[in-house]
Design a binder for this molecule. Structure first.
Ligand code: GLV
Ligand code: MN
Ligand code: MN
Length: 402
């Protein structure tokens, strides 16, 4: 199974004929197909697949529990297979496919690992369905409680607990999973770069330094439904006006505090062209190098929303996440001194790092710099450079003394 054939297998799964982008959402039929694909790749390599308490899929070359009894731990790589609405092909799947391809390279070379190597498929990294990104890694690390996860709802009002049950899973099982975490000595996630850093540096691969602090906030605006033709302007309570103000306020706040802010999702009730909105809910995503700057920008938006009679709820917050400096330096040295890059994108690697696990990331060049869009791209030759880099890193981490 070459990189190219695995890539070709995944290509049609969850692809929208309309946009050419992917709609791969947690605990849907498409997600089930992706999970089956992952399990099939494991089986084809003689690896058993286990699900942790959140349904993240793990496969081990070697016996992590035997290693733990010897006081050793495994080296894990992998990423996620879900997508944002109309997402690209690479964000997530590149890390999973590269993990299998790197393991194949090691085996073809006759490498005998001194400690186990694991491959993981994290569920629901994008939070596209239930709103909280990295739900899979947050729950097993305790960064999100099982009760909160179970109660999250999708756009149709289906709770995560209901979606899990519909997918044939036991939602009571969710929770922090120390047994799974205890097997991980180091986690290295390979990911497509989501900017143009490597284009400018003219390099196919980089090592990550850190992830910007970032969060999501829900903005609720109340109004009163009424007729679009017969209601005088002065009699209206139009929820859309407050929301429109918030969009502009977010942009202003980002400029004045030196960070970025996006409102990329909105729900309008009742949603009729000829009805004044009785409620509008928008979701704000804010990030930046400085957590203080992000907090100040969000405070500006909050005061505007409250003045408009609306309400702000924080749905998630991830602090600044530096990756393990010693591990990252070791990875960089192993790769002959490739560039180091920070990122404004969130990752399961960041959640594991914040849980105290030794974590590093590799980025693969993206010639457009575009991500979370069907235009996201990486050249095959760069993907194969990424596989070679990941193989070299795994060989180092799984072969040498810890
Ligand atoms: C995930 O890709 C995020 O950064 O939101
Ligand atoms: Mn993403
Ligand atoms: Mn991703």
């Amino acid at each position: 199974m070459s990189f190219e054939s695995m890539w070709a297998d995944l290509q049609p799964v969850g692809r929208s004929a309309h946009s050419g982008g992917y709609r791969r959402f947690a605990w849907t039929r498409t997600d089930h197909d992706l999970r089956e694909w992952f399990a099939g790749e494991c089986t084809a390599r003689g690896l058993d697949v286990t699900d942790d308490r959140m349904g993240n899929q793990w496969a081990w070359w070697g016996e992590p529990d035997d290693a733990a009894r010897r006081g050793d731990k495994g080296v894990v790589t992998g990423s996620h297979l879900d997508s944002v609405p109309d997402g690209g092909a690479f964000d997530g799947p590149l890390g999973v496919v590269s993990a299998f391809a790197a393991l194949d390279v090691l085996r073809d070379n006759g490498f005998q690992p001194a400690r186990p190597i694991g491959i993981v498929n994290f569920v629901d990294e994008e939070g596209a369905r239930f709103g909280v990104a990295c739900a899979g890694s947050r729950v097993i690390t305790g960064a999100m409680t099982a009760d909160r996860a179970r109660g999250l709802t999708d756009a149709d009002g289906v709770t995560m607990a209901e979606a899990l049950e519909a997918a044939g899973r036991d939602a009571r099982h969710l929770g922090r999973d120390d047994e799974t975490l205890g097997r991980i000595g180091a986690f290295v996630e390979l990911h497509v770069e989501q900017g143009r850093g490597l284009v400018d540096l003219e390099n196919p691969v980089a090592v990550a330094t850190d992830i910007w602090p970032h969060g999501r906030w829900r903005l609720d605006f109340p109004g009163e439904a009424n007729h679009a033709g017969t209601t005088r302007l002065e009699d209206r309570q139009d929820a859309m006006l407050g929301y429109a103000g918030a969009v502009l306020a977010a942009r202003e706040a980002a400029i004045s505090h030196g960070c970025v802010a996006t409102i990329g999702k909105v729900e309008v009730t009742p949603g009729g062209v000829n009805a004044i909105p009785s409620a509008v809910t928008g979701w704000l995503d804010a990030r930046g190098a400085s957590p203080r700057a992000v907090r100040r920008a969000v405070a500006d938006v909050r005061s505007m929303v409250e003045q408009a009679g609306g309400h702000v709820t924080e749905e998630s917050w991830t602090p600044s996440t530096p990756f393990d400096p010693a591990l990252s330096d070791r990875v960089r040295d192993r790769l002959g001194g490739v560039p180091m890059l920070g990122t404004g994108a969130g990752h399961d690697a960041g959640i594991l790092a914040n849980a105290g696990i030794r974590t590093a990331m590799l980025f693969v060049r993206n010639p457009t710099g575009v991500s979370h869009s069907p235009l996201e791209f990486a050249e095959l030759s760069d993907c194969l450079e990424g596989v070679a880099a990941l193989g070299a890193v795994l060989e180092d981490l799984a072969g040498a003394p810890a």
